[in-house]
Design a protein around this ligand. Structure first.
Ligand code: ADP
Ligand code: ADP
Length: 231
């Protein structure tokens, strides 16, 4: 099964009397291990797409098969369970607990297993993002790029099959942005499916595939040969 399969997906919002159609007839297949950037101008439907792909919301039309499971008709509780098992979410803001070390922040999503097992798992996730030597630092002792790496480690610690990053470089300078994009590329090389929402062309260029939205429809879907050259 592909990791993501959207079949005729549409999403409408009711705004008073009016109905806003944020997505129409979306067909999208993403294979396991692929690295896809989703781009588009403001209002084109990126956030709506992110919410559906991340099991934060369901489509009003069509089907979403996540790793072969139809999640389109699921209740909020069922969606939360699927999300916890399969999806790591990363946002523009890092949402780290301020008085809590990097390691403890990464450990937060781990709800079972003994303390030692959870710590070693959290430490491995920090190693994966190259921050094992910052484990005892507090967020305000880390740069923005390092804080986002801690947030990525926290998203990875439950070993999701898919990482979904919504404007992860939105608060970062150019150097840190490129480091984060490169890291997403490495995670995808290691077999994870990565979906990156961004409006920055040079960040999207790290993906293997760029899907562009306009007015709620996919207007292009291209493989980027460039990505292989840049790594
Ligand atoms: P983007 O993330 O690309 O800016 P969005 O998915 O946020 O696009 O929005 C797509 C369209 O759906 C826009 O016209 C927006 O105004 C509308 N929209 C998004 N969320 C809501 C909502 N909760 N209620 C009503 N309209 C919404
Ligand atoms: P292990 O290597 O410990 O056997 P797995 O990778 O087989 O772990 O874990 C299976 C799934 O269970 C993982 O994908 C992850 O989502 C979840 N998981 C494992 N440990 C924890 C934990 N301590 N807290 C929350 N979820 C966990």
């Amino acid at each position: 099964d592909p990791m993501i399969k959207l079949e005729g997906v549409g999403k409408s919002y009711r705004a008073g009397e009016a109905e806003v159609r944020a997505l129409h007839g979306i067909e999208l297949t993403v294979d396991e291990g692929d690295f896809v950037a989703i781009m588009g101008p403001s209002g084109s439907g990126k956030s709506t797409m992110m919410n559906i792909l991340g099991c934060l919301d369901v489509p009003t039309e069509g089907r979403y098969l996540l790793d072969g499971i139809d999640v389109s008709g699921m209740s909020d509780d069922e969606l939360a369970a699927i999300r916890n098992r399969k999806i790591g979410l990363v946002f523009q803001s890092y949402n780290l607990l301020p008085r809590t070390t990097a390691l403890d922040n990464v450990e937060l999503p781990l709800v079972y297993g003994n303390h030692r097992a959870r710590r070693s798992r959290a430490l491995r996730a920090l190693e994966e993002v190259g921050l094992a030597d910052r484990a005892t630092h507090l967020p305000n002792q880390l740069s923005g790029g390092q804080q986002q790496r801690v947030a990525i480690a926290r998203a990875l610690v439950t070993r999701p099959t898919m990482l979904l990053a919504d404007e992860p470089t939105g608060n970062l300078d150019t150097g840190a942005s490129h480091e984060i994009a490169e890291m997403l590329g490495r995670l995808s090389d290691a077999g994870r499916t990565v979906v990156l929402i961004t409006h920055e062309e040079e960040i999207a260029a790290y993906a293997r595939r760029v899907v562009r939205l306009r007015d709620g429809r996919i207007v292009s879907d291209d493989r980027t040969d460039f990505a292989d050259v840049s790594r």
